[in-house]
Ligand binder design. Sequence first.
Ligand code: NDP
Length: 449
Amino acid sequence: MSIMKNYVNNVLGGLIEKDPEQREFHSTAKEVLTTIIPALEKNPHYKEARILERLVEPERVISFRVVWEDDKGEVQVNRGYRVQFNSARGPYKGGLRFHPSVNLSILKFLGFEQTFKNVLTGLPIGGGKGGSDFDPKGKSDREVMRFCQSFMTELSRHIGQDLDVPAGDIGVGGREIGYLFGQYKRVCNSYEAGVLTGKGLEYWGSLARTEATGYGLLYFVKNMLEDQGRSLAGQTVIVSGSGNVAIYAIQKAQELGAKVVTCSDSNGYIYDPNGIDLAEVKAIKEVRRGRIKEYVATHPQAEYHEGCSGVWSVKGDIALPCATQNEIDLEAAKILVANGVKAVGEGANMPSTLEAIAHFQGNQVLFAPAKAANAGGVAVSALEMSQNSLRYRWTFEEVDAKLKDIMKNIFEDAKSTAEEYGCPGDLVAGSNIVSFVKVADIMLANGLV
Ligand code: NDP
């Protein structure tokens, strides 16, 4: 085994030994570290400086108690977290996730991914992630508000517009960001617009932030297809999820001439052979906060199936997983490939397992990895920070044009780096290497950090 392969295996082994239960974190660390071996071989001084050991250790992890009162007057206790992973490129930046599955392993995986993703955007932001095991589903607006206020009362000590700038993620949308921002302002006695992104437009959110992750995903996939002389127009697309990322991915895919036939939530999926009616999905999910199965009540030609994993058995040309981590396992990947899928674009974070990625790549399926393909959301968050610093607002068209450029640059950087390091067409390796080298070089330039 080569020296660098051995080095990577030792670092990965050390992670498992130290925190054996952190499976999601081990998985993303493995994905990144095993693909950057060519960069380690080219730069042996990284190993001498123990750069991998430094990179896999978050700069700071904060865990705290969140106590709040529900509508019945009963006291509830949740756990809150912020993982400040890496500040080489700027203030920690990354979303907050409110979901019962949230734990340190999931937030370390997301914060680690975020560090590299944020470098790809070319904007001055480091990597972080946070959240809570609180479940906003089924809670009243007042309960969500009381939870957010309690959560921010503690979080406010650890964030700031030049220190750490959270945003939304699963379970945290405009409503939650509004409550969090209100409490930050109250506790800190300061109007720091740039302390959170994904804010409402009236209090200095950016135009196009809501759409950015889904739109950016489609811009990336469009670049990837066109590079192969293919087009999105006329393709059948399978989307999972029906949240922020899924909704705007569906919107842009339809605008670009594709036919989207599925969407899902954690209970089940919809198959509409006529193409998904996005206005209805928005009414169910954004207005009524309902369940996706309600779709068939107004669209009798569509089918609803219980269980979200069945969505991958639907035939299509392009698959866009936009729900959550590990939603495409090897079995699902095999079904997609057998059904003739030509491209996969990851809207969610780590939706494909390592085995699923290997299966796609081994079968010549074009594969757009999450950290590159879904970077549009955080890129526009960084543009929101710029606008807040300028105390100025760009138009929707200006932000969208910048987003398009950023996604094109990310695709080109990943592609050219993959070629330079001897793995042409491998956008997983390309995006990991280009961002790793940048972070590593800054960390070395900054001394023992
Ligand atoms: P939302 O909360 O808006 O939507 C999440 C969607 O995924 C919902 O349809 C939800 O269904 C479904 N879902 C959540 N958990 C599961 C699960 N365990 N199994 C099956 N389905 C599930 O979140 P977003 O759209 O913001 O985020 C989706 C993904 O995209 C996440 O991986 C997130 O990290 C990633 N991402 C988001 C960005 C953003 O800007 N928002 C930026 C980059 C990445 P249900 O309603 O039933 O829970």
